[in-house]
Design a protein around this ligand. Sequence first.
Ligand SMILES: [Zn+2]
Length: 260
Amino acid sequence: MNCDDSVIYLPAYLDEELGVAESLRVQKHLTECGDCRQTQVEQLALRSALRDPDLYAHLSVDFSERIEAAVRRAAQEEARPQRPSWFELFRLGSFQWFPAAAALVIMTAIGAFFVMNRLQSSHDQLIASAVLTGHIRSLQPGHLIDVPSSDRHTVKPWFQGKLDFSPPVPDLSELGWNLVGGRLDYVDGRPVAVLVYQRRMHNINVFLWPNHSAADDTIKEEDAQGYQILHWNGAETTYWVVSDLNNPELLEFARALRGH
Ligand SMILES: [Zn+2]
């Protein structure tokens, strides 16, 4: 294990989420590498600081009530019947079977479409939460960047040999978006490239990997825990952009990146 891997595995190691073999590899690396031990010490310090009870925010009654109301609304929507019952189809006379069968085929197709749509979006939800976690993890000391450089000719080759694809690394500095470096991360069961750009004090993480689904460069937006998450599928590359930058500026960034 080298330092790059160690940095990726360390949070999971500290959370005791790794298997025995990986834990031992991290442990071995930590005994041999002072830098990574230092990172470990910093992370442990941060963790114990975050356990400070003063940081704990108690939910207001109003907030809990709003969540409960939203859950009730969602449950009611779920409970609403969405298709005629089997009973209604069966009680039709035999002369009506042809249209009924046709209707059944159509409904099955519609049902499958909804299921597929749902799967797609719940898969997207999983990725959204993975990139958000990656973004938050990257804000811990020493985690943001593996290759600190504003030069795309340094950042792009750095990924060579570490990934099975070569990520595009656009220079957007003329538009006021400064590249500060790149790193490896792990999303959706695969290693991915992350480019880090900055505007003022805001870090922007761009997670990217090869797109194997249909290209759709409509930018989808989502906000969670005070962060903006933008996503689109380019012809060759899937993009997920996460930042605490305000929405209009981040959209401007995403359009610049997409157009590049
Ligand atoms: Zn190391």
